[in-house]
Design a protein around this ligand. Structure first.
Ligand SMILES: NC(=O)c1ccc[n+]([C@@H]2O[C@H](COP(=O)([O-])OP(=O)(O)OC[C@H]3O[C@@H](n4cnc5c(N)ncnc54)[C@H](O)[C@@H]3O)[C@@H](O)[C@H]2O)c1
Length: 326
């Protein structure tokens, strides 16, 4: 069998760095791409990149890295041509719902323009498939729960969600015209070691451990389908394998176990071993009331079956953050 040569964009990020390590452990040669977007501290991303290199030292696959901005036309194709990629896992993006409200054009550039460029380059480079990161945020506020891939997704309520839905539409059109297999993975709030520092769990752990107050937006009744990183990575790898069999497909990757915000905060307090000091804030524009993944399709078609519960995952994230404080 041909050895896989896979481009992973967003390789210096949270999900990207875990994906790189898993692919290398399976024997793939990986080209990581990232521009160290200043959305959060470059030192954290540099640390993630050092973990990618360490994964390559363990083998059996290999790793190379190129620092470049995917939204610059032509740059990816030039950098990746000699690598002769067999596939692309496109995880790079400006993530985060609330910051997207401050900078819709910046999110459109990093997410929509860059994804269009990635799809085009993957076709020109002759890749066998493309897997794209989408988001549960595409379901907006109106969907019935649990969210099924067949539900209408025409009313995203933040610029971030709108860019992710736009990427799915570009992917569909790209597949229609080129026949290149493409899948879109709707991730549901991912957590675990190396979680982005702006996300609630990482932020709450830091503040509660320091004895500082946290802000709970709304009355605590919003809920999220928190999904552990190892489960997400198993889903990404399965999707990479199965995409050619489907042509174009959207899959939810969640946990099917929504948890209320007030319950999450209570649990983090227990894991960290300190009573949270909670300040109340207004529910934030762009934030949806709840997310909840219907996993019927992902389970049937990918064999996706998340196995790490919230409490167990929180303990692992807390233990890892104490080894590698941000
Ligand atoms: N973490 C979650 O809970 C979650 C949930 C739903 C969807 N997602 C999606 O999953 C993907 C990975 O998310 P993450 O949490 O690992 O985020 P992350 O911010 O840790 O990683 C994204 C990486 O993309 C890079 N990047 C951004 N713009 C770029 C550009 N123009 N060129 C090259 N690199 C660029 C950033 O520097 C960053 O390292 C994203 O597409 C995100 O939208 C994440």
């Amino acid at each position: 069998m041909q050895r896989e040569r896979i481009i992973v964009t967003g390789s210096a990020g949270f999900i990207g760095s875990h994906t790189v390590a898993a692919l290398i452990a399976r024997g793939a040669d990986v080209l990581g791409i990232d521009n160290f977007d200043p959305f959060y501290d470059r030192a954290i991303k540099a640390h993630n990149e050092s973990l990618n290199r360490a994964a390559a030292d363990r083998g059996p696959g290999s790793y190379t890295f190129a620092e470049l901005d995917l939204a610059e036309p032509g740059v990816l194709q030039d950098a990746a041509g000699a690598f002769e990629p067999t596939g692309v896992i496109h995880l790079a993006a400006r993530a985060g719902v609330r910051p997207s409200i401050e900078d819709p054009p910046g999110y459109a550039r990093a997410n929509v323009l860059a994804t269009s460029i990635v799809l085009d380059a993957a076709h020109r480079l002759g890749c066998s498939r493309v897997v794209l990161a989408s988001s549960s945020s595409v379901y907006g506020d109106s969907a019935e729960v649990p969210f099924s891939e067949d539900a209408p997704v025409n009313e995203p309520i933040s610029p971030y969600a709108a860019t992710k839905r736009s990427c799915e539409l570009l992917a569909f059109t790209h597949h229609h015209l080129t026949k290149q297999p493409v899948s879109c993975l709707r991730f549901f709030t991912v957590f675990g070691p190396r979680q982005r520092p702006d996300l609630a769990i990482a932020k709450f752990m830091r503040l509660i451990a320091a004895g500082e107050p946290i802000t709970m937006f709304g009355n605590g009744d919003t809920s999220r389908d928190y999904t552990y990183i190892d489960d997400i990575i198993a889903g990404v790898l399965a999707a990479y394998e199965r995409t050619p069999a489907f042509g174009f497909r959207v899959w939810n990757l969640g946990s099917d176990r929504p948890t209320r915000l007030d319950e999450l905060i209570r649990m983090i307090g227990e894991v960290v071993g300190r009573e949270p000091i909670i300040e109340r804030g207004e529910r934030q524009p762009g934030d949806v009331q709840r997310t909840w993944a219907d996993l019927t399709r992902a389970n049937a078609e990918l064999g996706y079956a998340p196995s790490t519960g919230l409490r167990e995952g929180l303990e692992k994230q807390w233990a890892a953050s104490r080894q590698n404080p941000d």
